[in-house]
Write a protein that binds this ligand. Structure first.
Ligand SMILES: C[S@@+](CC[C@H](N)C(=O)[O-])C[C@H]1O[C@@H](n2cnc3c(N)ncnc32)[C@H](O)[C@@H]1O
Length: 204
């Protein structure tokens, strides 16, 4: 099924296929989102005409490029955060190569320190940093989102995954429980990649 689905999946920036190839052989970085999730993120930005997009966990910038290409069309900007110095340097280089310097602002640091200092009214918040951050930052992130905005978390089916991922799955399980008992959010878990929890903020 994946092969069929991916046959339709054009990349929005030429650098994306290069990063996919390069990442396959690397053990020094954490995995990027699947291309179908990248495309889905691009679709969500376009669908909601999102201008203010926050990403937690840039990695080497694969998902950031999907988001960056999308905000080019909405006239918006992406702020992306990662706490790993070398990874951060690679993001900066990849964003430059992708021609997205005007669309993306990459910040080096701990998300748990940076996020509470951010301004409000984000259109989209995409979480793909350390899974422990999901429950930790929950109470901070929901108020930062504008009404009608999207809160997106990757890997939220880890709980149902391999043994090693089950450990991280305790955090994503806690996150899902918070999200689905929160009357401010209307949510769904999609079986894309290792699971994506997508929530729209329906109430302040
Ligand atoms: C799964 S990777 C992100 C992949 C990226 N979203 C992509 O698709 O290309 C997770 C990233 O989160 C970063 N990270 C983990 N804990 C963090 C924290 N507390 N603050 C900021 N970044 C963090 C790691 O350095 C890593 O690069």
């Amino acid at each position: 099924m994946l092969e069929y689905l991916r046959a339709f999946l054009s990349r929005d920036n030429v650098l994306l296929s290069g990063i996919e190839r390069q990442s396959r052989g690397r053990t020094d970085i954490q995995p990027s989102v699947e291309p179908e999730l990248g495309k889905f993120l691009g679709l969500l930005v376009r669908l909601t005409n999102a201008e203010k997009v926050l990403e937690i966990g840039s990695g080497i910038g694969y998902s950031t490029i999907w988001l960056g290409e999308a905000v080019k069309q909405t006239g918006g900007r992406v702020v992306t955060i990662d706490n790993h110095e070398r990874t951060h340097r690679e993001v900066i280089a990849n964003i430059r190569k992708a021609g997205l310097e005007n669309e993306v602002n990459s910040i080096l640091g701990q998300a748990e320190e940076i996020v509470p200092e951010l301004e409000k009214e984000w259109d989209i918040i995409f979480q793909d940093g350390g899974k422990y951050l999901y429950p930790l930052l929950y109470d901070t992130l929901v108020p930062l989102l504008k009404k009608g905005g999207l809160l997106i978390a990757d890997d939220t089916l880890f709980h149902e995954n391999t043994r090693i991922r089950k450990l991280l799955g305790a955090y994503t399980d806690e996150y899902n429980k918070r999200v689905f008992s929160d009357s401010r959010l209307y949510s769904v878990i999609l079986p894309v990649g290792h699971g994506v929890t997508l929530s729209v903020k329906v109430e302040d």
